[in-house]
Design a protein. Sequence first.
Length: 165
Amino acid sequence: MAEFTHFNESGRARMVDVSSKASTERVAQAQARVFMLPETLEKIQRGKIAKGDVLAVAQVAGVMGAKRTPDLVPMCHPVLLTSVDVGFKEEPQPDKQGRCSITITATAKTTGPTGVEMEAMTAVSVAALAIYDMCKAVDKGISFSDVYLLSKSGGKSGTYTRTER
């Protein structure tokens, strides 16, 4: 298991020094799921949410969230993102609790000395929050979960692919 590197000699939090790390292409993909009533998903699909196009707004929110990650997560390095892509998969079949879902996936890329896992995770989280904000007037019971890293590549630690979902 890797040691934690975010602590100084006094045991206090610090930003890790990445100045000696090689710049490599780094890619990370994350996912989140948003659960809602079937009627809510239907309104999203038909463009009947009063605030506008829910998925278009959530897509922009996800990209903006990725770009603002170091403002939200204290020890994250500012990263020059070369690409952020946010996509959605609608699941209209209700689950056992009678809820439909939208799966959000974000892919973040950079070339640099540190990875973009946090940017991908932030993108899906902010996109999920945007969906909630856009739809809360019709469905206050919306929830989201299953926020996790799907994969990452590049850097000293190499490639990671989540095997369980």
